[in-house]
Design a protein around this ligand. Sequence first.
Ligand code: ZN
Length: 207
Amino acid sequence: MLPIVHRNIGWIEVICGSMFSGKTEELIRRLRRAIIARQKVKIFKPKIDTRYSEDHIVSHSDLKIPSLVVENVWDILEQSLEAQVVGIDEAQFFDEDLVEVCQKLANMGKRVIVAGLDQDYRGEPFDPIPQLLAVAEYITKTHAICVICGNPANHTYRKTSDEARVIVGSDDVYEARCRNCFVLPREKESPVKITKRTSRKKKRSNE
Ligand code: ZN
């Protein structure tokens, strides 16, 4: 996707989806084209993700591009002042300030391209990606293929019984699954019960 926008204006693009859906590949593809056009590009990833490389972002298919590792999301702002294009990979590992940092960069006239998981292994929205989606100009949802049945996969299934939200791993720990084949650990024990729930919004307004 090449946004039909214009000089001197920034914007935010988000590439999100499950693991093995090609998010990083798509991020690298967009950044490469900007580099070929001799735009000033800066690329970042959080310190937590050292699965493949310390100083590159690397896709599962072994595409790679040099990147800077940052501990704090505000470091991205500081180090991007000269950049025209800012790429951020594994964005779900940053805290909620990511949204403010991306907004500031876009307001400064930069193209900001962010890739990240939109759901955790329980299928819950993975902050701060949902908040970023709300303010982004362009959203691309990538899909993997379900390893069980071959349907498009929207979920990341954890094969181990660990319950921490963040466990860094690859296909040794995770696999892509579709809605039908994605079963939450707690539902394995007790089949899905349909209980009537008051909508959260309604509840709030009654308080
Ligand atoms: Zn499936």
